[in-house]
Ligand binder design. Structure first.
Ligand code: UT7
Length: 331
């Protein structure tokens, strides 16, 4: 008989949200919008802006807190994965910049990009690398400076996003049947143009024309993304529960990607769950892309919403299009 798989557990969480607050009223002074429209259509009241802090600097702050909560030091980390669509620069990776700032030893460091689903992609990659036996403690970070790719003249998108970072320390333990029970991931590249940033890559390097055409900003077809988000997040939730022979009633807390309160309301209705089963903090931070789930996870833990033995479900959806769901037995 083969030995049981080691459990991969979240040892500690951390988050950093920059202090500068941008309220809905502040935005209404820049574009044709209102606090009332933003609140009722999205649930967002304010978001944070990094100003002169970079993505890696926010990631470092979140990571320090996660290490402290895990009772580990930078020397204990043997793998760093940063999920981001707003790296400090194309290379070196933000993970390598974080390694240098934290004094982490000369271990594997890389960035992973799956937009708003990025943290769940990092969780799956980190879990499988720890399971391989070659790593013991991984630092997984979702960090975004969305304010650097937002078109502040586009009211369709500028009201939605914010900056921040969340981190977890993922560790291998001998304890059985706890921690990350499984993750499902998916993507549909044929719908990539619904949420994208056309410029800045090899197909559209910066030129006078691309700058004038505002190609270096995020573009989104909100209505289509909304429809896909609801359908895919429901499917990803049902699929992972079915795979583990569990039902929605077994889940103590759902920590979803924080995009729009109306997505949660529709999901709650379709899954026949009370809305308070969903952890929400989008009113304070807006959509922080890959940072949203690890920030929410940290705040849910801080607020005592995650208790030992609880079944926690993470679910995300974003550009790519990408999606994912994860089941965690909290320890
Ligand atoms: O993280 C990745 C996942 N992202 C998402 O999940 C985002 C998903 N999409 C959404 O959350 C929603 O589609 C939005 C919040 C982006 C938009 O809400 P909506 O209810 O789908 O509005 P809409 O796009 O259908 O626009 C309705 C109206 C339009 O005006 P008309 O054409 O009816 O005259 C828009 O021009 O609202 C207008 N509008 C605004 N009005 C005031 C769009 N943005 C704004 C705004 N302030 N900021």
């Amino acid at each position: 008989m083969s030995a049981p798989l080691p459990s991969i557990v979240i040892q500690g969480t951390g988050a950093f949200c920059p202090p500068k607050v941008l309220s809905n009223d502040d935005l209404a002074k820049r574009v044709d919008t209102s606090d009332e429209w933003i609140r009722t259509r999205t649930g967002i009241q304010e978001r944070r802006i990094a100003e002169d802090k970079t993505t890696s600097q926010m990631a470092v702050e979140a990571a320090k807190q996660a290490l402290q909560n895990a009772n580990l030091s930078a020397q204990d980390i043997d793998l760093v994965i940063v999920s981001t669509i707003t790296p400090d620069m194309p290379f070196p990776s933000t993970a390598a910049l974080v390694q240098a700032q934290l004094g982490i030893p000369a271990v594997a460091c890389f960035d992973l990009e799956a937009a708003c689903s990025g943290f769940l992609y990092a969780l799956e990659v980190g879990t499988q690398m720890l399971r391989s036996g070659n790593y013991k403690n991984a630092l997984l970070i979702g960090a975004e400076k969305m304010s650097s790719i937002i078109d502040w003249e586009d009211r369709n998108t500028c009201v939605l996003f914010g900056d921040g970072a969340g981190a977890v320390v993922l560790s291998k333990t001998e304890e059985a049947d706890t921690g990350v029970l499984g993750t499902l991931l998916g993507a549909d590249g044929s719908k990539g143009d619904l949420l994208c940033m056309p410029g800045s890559g090899s197909s559209c390097p910066p030129t006078q024309t691309s700058l004038e055409q505002r190609q270096h900003f995020l573009k989104m077809n909100g209505r289509e993304i909304f429809k896909s988000a609801v359908r895919v997040m429901e499917q990803a939730t049902c699929d992972i529960l079915k795979q583990h022979q569990l039902s929605t009633s077994d889940v103590a807390c759902i920590v979803p990607h924080q995009a729009n309160i109306r997505i949660f309301e529709t999901l709650a209705e379709r899954l026949e769950l009370p809305l308070d089963r969903f952890f929400m903090n989008l009113e304070s931070y807006g959509n922080t892309s890959a940072a949203s789930i690890p920030i929410a996870l940290h705040e849910a833990w801080e607020q005592n919403r995650l208790k030992p033995g609880d079944l926690i479900l993470l679910v995300a959806f974003g550009g790519g299009l990408t999606w994912g769901s994860s089941l965690i037995r909290w320890q």
